[in-house]
Design a protein around this ligand. Sequence first.
Ligand code: 5RP
Length: 294
Amino acid sequence: MPDADKTPLSGKDYGIGIPVANPAFPLRGANNYDWGMKDRLARIFNPKSMHTVMLAFDHGYIMGPTSGLERIDLSILPIADLADCLMCTRGALRACVPPTVNKPVALRCSAGSTVLTELNNEVIGLEIEDAIRLNASAMAGMVAIGSQFEALTIKNLCQLVETGNRYGIPTLGVTAVGKELTRDARYLGLACRVIAENGAQFVKTYFCETDFDKVTAACPVPIIIAGGKKLPEKDALIMAYRAIDQGASGVDMGRNIFQADAPRAMLQAVRAVVHDGFTADAAMALYEDLKAKG
Ligand code: 5RP
């Protein structure tokens, strides 16, 4: 039992006249969320820059042993410390990622058809209890706007949002990778907006060369970009720079990191763009320097 406080009332500092602090939560669209939801988002989005560098290695759920991910323990674990958040499946997480890595996880929760059949025919592949057991900081589900699986995948997204809101876990809506889907600003803008309107707390999409700033402007929650297929390192840094410059809140990159010549150096160069405002040229110089130093 603590001793009774005998300090006279006059000796206490009640801060009379000083307004009680009530800071706004600076992430786009997030001010009205509950505490747990904000806490998880603040683990993903660096509270200083409000940007994030997520490392995606969930490709196996549709592609099997993707180049660079044959051995997650050998390719991802040595660079995981540099990521703000890890995006993966529960299978890879339990089997390959020790909890001592201690990084927030965006858990891939939609599952279904693989590259061998028709992509995007997905369901929600896990119960919310498993996401909680894994201490997920976000749940990710793919949404195939404009495909024959549009309504199904929006239903999946709504299920994630519904259960995530119940427990304070944000949902990441991921725009689909289907071959038939055009990646222009008109399509991406529509897809991102639909995903946000259905309650996702953040959206992952692709960068487009023209009018990407309109895609981010019309989306009321943060957008992060996927890297897509492997590009020359300089091109990947240019893409990251242009996306951030045009309003993206970060990247969720996979192949352009773990398939790079020097994955640790690449992740640091991407961080420099996303968090420190480096231009693509400056980030490329950093990459070359770090790569040379091994
Ligand atoms: C697939 C995904 C992947 O996580 C995503 O494509 C990120 O990886 P990459 O940068 O290699 O494209 O969400 O739906």
